[in-house]
Ligand binder design. Structure first.
Ligand code: HEC
Length: 126
């Protein structure tokens, strides 16, 4: 009988964490944070540059070309959540792997960096 509550609570906690999706507030906070962008840039140069190129602009690898993250059209058509999901889950059937194992902090930092590129730098600063 006393077992019921802890079990129910841990179930709730698992649900809360297991969804793996940050709130809108967490996404917006990261995108607005110069520190998060700077950390994301370092990560990007380390893990992503090989395909996406320096400054996130390379578009030359594989059959499916990575987009130019600096392009206004890309920035305007991608919300932070869309970018978060693309980085976390990757793009099945393309060279783009999922990066869930980096953890949520790193994923948010990468979103912050990518959304600071090109036109996004202006759009996200109020
Ligand atoms: C092995 C090559 C490779 C690596 C490494 C890689 N990517 Fe990609 N990425 C791609 C390709 C190819 C695409 C285009 C996939 C498609 O056509 O949908 C892509 C697409 C994306 C997209 C979706 C773009 C859109 O259309 O909205 C995002 C975001 C992204 N990559 C971020 C990253 C980040 C961040 C990293 C590093 C943590 C990374 N990628 C590492 C190859 C790579």
């Amino acid at each position: 009988m006393t077992m019921g509550l802890p079990v129910a609570l841990s179930g709730l906690l698992l649900l809360g964490c297991g969804g793996g999706e940050p709130t809108d507030a967490a996404l917006n906070e990261a995108v607005a944070s110069p520190e998060a962008r700077a950390r994301g840039r370092v990560l990007f140069e380390d893990r992503c540059r090989q395909c996406h190129g320096p400054n996130a602009a390379q578009r030359t690898r594989g059959a499916r070309q990575p987009p130019d993250f600096n392009a206004a059209a890309w920035q305007q058509s991608r919300t932070p959540r869309m970018v978060y999901r693309a980085v976390r889950d990757g793009r099945p059937g393309t060279a783009m792997p999922g990066w869930k194992s980096l953890g949520d902090r790193a994923l948010l930092d990468l979103v912050a960096y990518l959304k600071s590129r090109g036109a996004g730098a202006r759009v996200t600063r109020q």
